[in-house]
Design a protein around this ligand. Structure first.
Ligand SMILES: C[S@@+](CC[C@H](N)C(=O)[O-])C[C@H]1O[C@@H](n2cnc3c(N)ncnc32)[C@H](O)[C@@H]1O
Length: 196
């Protein structure tokens, strides 16, 4: 079974993993969703000390599902698009996945204090770059980008020392100065941070 194979560190390609999703979602995966390899690297770091982990803008839950199979931690994904959350929940139910859940909400409604570490794959970029959108179902705009970046930076800054964050791509305006870069992978875009 797919998730057991992830747990036992068998090689799983992204094409193979993405078959858990409907065809319309698979075509989005390359650009919009975390790869199996990156999810394993990020979840190792995020769960090393404590959890739960929040995936900020979780899409169809790919990072959370792989993280919860690969590590012993708990993963919660917040996703503003109801259809993506629904697809994620169907997969979670079909494969009876433990320690992973999705919340259909905007990040502005989620207090970070309930979590111990955070994953962020450039979720707000769609507000300032209209190329290759996931769909047309949400309001987008510069004002929203600014509001999301500000909220995330302030929430992260209010977290205790030792809080961990992994970012994948992006301009990193969401990362407060209180977070120190611990290391980088995948040639630079995958960054591992800890609050000092
Ligand atoms: C690049 S995808 C990453 C998906 C997932 N984290 C992964 O790595 O597979 C970014 C997701 O963030 C969601 N998103 C963007 N802004 C959001 C917000 N303000 N609140 C909740 N979700 C948001 C988008 O709908 C999209 O599904």
């Amino acid at each position: 079974m797919l998730f057991k194979r992830i747990k036992s560190n068998k090689d799983i390609s992204d094409n193979e993993f993405d078959k858990v999703y409907p065809k319309s979602i698979r075509t989005l995966s390359d650009l919009h969703f975390t790869s199996v390899k990156v999810a394993k690297l990020a979840s190792d770091f995020l769960c090393e000390k404590s959890n739960p982990v929040l995936d900020i803008g979780a899409g169809v839950g790919k990072f959370c599902m792989i993280g919860s199979s690969w590590t012993k931690g708990e993963y919660i994904g917040v996703e503003q698009r109801a259809n993506l959350c629904e697809i994620a929940n169907q997969v979670i139910e079909r494969y009876e996945l433990d320690r992973v859940s999705m919340v259909n909400a905007n990040i502005l409604d989620i207090p970070f204090s309930e979590f111990k570490s955070f994953y962020f794959f450039n979720a707000f970029h769609e507000n300032i770059c209209k190329d290759d959108p996931i769909d047309q179902s949400t309001d987008l705009g510069r004002h929203l980008y600014d509001a999301y970046v500000k909220y995330m930076r302030e929430e992260l800054d209010s977290m205790p020392q030792g809080t961990r964050l992994v970012t994948y791509y992006g301009f990193l305006k969401e990362v407060p100065k209180s977070y120190k870069l611990v290391h980088e992978a995948e040639g630079g875009p995958l960054k591992f941070w800890e609050r000092s």
